[in-house]
Design a protein around this ligand. Structure first.
Ligand code: NAD
Length: 366
């Protein structure tokens, strides 16, 4: 009998409270169907946690997160908490979870379901069936390097940050990326700026060395400026990309926009033991919160990633993705992805109805 795994559910704020329950229902029914024994707990994070406990990441939530195999998070933040000092804001809850759980690998797929190709800013033929995975190092690099600050020198202020990576940090993120490439198309592109920055010369050297353990994965290297160009010129040339924190931050957003809508983008952040935090890329969308308008598919696709990367149930993940594709194929759209496409009659639906359609599609899968 497989061990029961603990899942912590953190809806958070705004549309997080609408999309997470829908995704959780999908998760429960897929878990039953594929015999993945799960136990769910809920917790507070973000603005709602500030309102109820005074802390965006209450100790109780953190303790549950440490116990859990995986965390499903909606979104945090909203205008109500915008005036709080930086260290007390809802986002602190999320940053605290990332650092306390040592989530060093951020996985951002840029997946474009063919029925949505018209929503991209690129020509449909360039992006139809796009499937890239960007692996971003999340806990090091220039965002965390010391020393950092603003100082006064010769009566003038100057700002400085330190771009630093140690070999073990590069080694472990490279291994995550090679392992993923091995399970996907077998190609890995490492992105750096090795023509200018010593830290990324070391990056390239270590990634190449790790590549010696993965002879079955085709490794290439690309400078970050070229990678930006190639992502909009011919995105389907990529399978898995791996890069540091800052380059990954920028490139994953570029890749995301190739797919057209924030409401479709899942993400995962993983620790060394396969434990993970899964969340849609979008925020709490205060402009549509509470109106049953939010697209739940980014969160549902985050659940698919959870089955694949933390619960070792790839068949369950495939089923969710196939169901989402079937629902889109049948023309169901939330407002954010409703731009009419020539070959399908669009059926505008709300958050709950979209979830129901995914359920139905799951039941109809062979
Ligand atoms: P946002 O992602 O919340 O919204 C941007 C736009 O996209 C809005 O017009 C929104 O209606 C739309 N949108 C987003 N998700 C959607 C969905 N699932 N379905 C349909 N439409 C969707 O970004 P924002 O407006 O810049 O930020 C709003 C709040 O969310 C802020 O408080 C911000 O700090 C917070 N935020 C949180 C996270 C997170 O929790 N990871 C990420 C980004 C922003």
């Amino acid at each position: 009998m497989t061990e029961t795994k603990e899942i912590l559910v953190l809806p958070g704020d705004g549309i997080g409270t609408e999309v997470v329950p829908v995704a959780r229902e999908v998760m429960e029914s897929v878990a039953r169907r594929y015999d993945v024994p799960l136990r769910f707990t809920e917790g507070l994070v973000g603005g709602i946690a500030i309102d109820q406990t005074g802390n965006p990441l209450p100790g109780e939530t953190l303790a549950k997160a440490v116990e859990a195999r995986a965390v499903l998070l909606g979104a945090v933040g909203g205008p109500k908490w915008d005036d709080l000092p930086t260290l007390q804001r809802p986002e602190r809850g999320l940053l605290g979870l990332r650092s306390e759980l040592a989530l060093f690998a951020n996985l951002r797929p840029a997946l474009l379901f063919a029925p949505l190709a018209a929503a991209s800013s690129l020509k449909p033929e360039l992006v139809a069936d796009l499937d890239i995975l960007i692996v971003r190092e999340l806990t090091g690099g220039i965002y965390f390097g010391e020393p950092r600050g603003i100082e006064t020198v010769d009566n003038e202020r100057r700002g400085f940050n330190t771009y630093v990576y140690s070999e073990h940090e590069i080694d472990r993120i490279a291994r995550v990326a090679f392992d993923l490439a091995r399970k996907r198309g077998g190609r890995l592109c490492s992105v750096d700026k090795a023509n200018v920055l010593e830290v990324t010369q070391l990056w390239r050297e270590v990634v190449t060395r790790v590549g010696g353990d993965y002879p079955d994965v085709a490794l290439s290297h690309m400078y970050v400026d070229n990678a930006g160009m190639q992502l909009v010129r011919e995105p389907k040339q990529f399978d898995v990309m791996v890069t540091g924190n800052m380059f990954g931050d920028i490139l994953s957003d570029v890749a995301a926009m190739l797919t057209g809508s924030l409401g479709m983008l899942p993400s995962a952040s993983l620790a060394a033991d396969g434990k993970g935090l899964y969340e849609p890329v979008h925020g709490s969308a205060p402009d549509i919160a509470g109106q049953d308008k939010a697209n739940p598919l980014a969160t549902i696709l985050s659940v698919a990633m959870m089955f694949r990367y933390s619960l070792d149930a790839p068949a369950a993940a495939d089923a969710i993705e196939a169901a989402v594709n079937a629902v889109l194929d049948a023309g169901y759209r939330t407002g954010d992805i409703a731009r009419a496409s020539a070959d399908v009659e669009v059926r505008l639906v709300g958050t709950r109805e979209m979830g129901d359609q995914v359920h139905k599609a799951l039941e109809e899968l062979p």
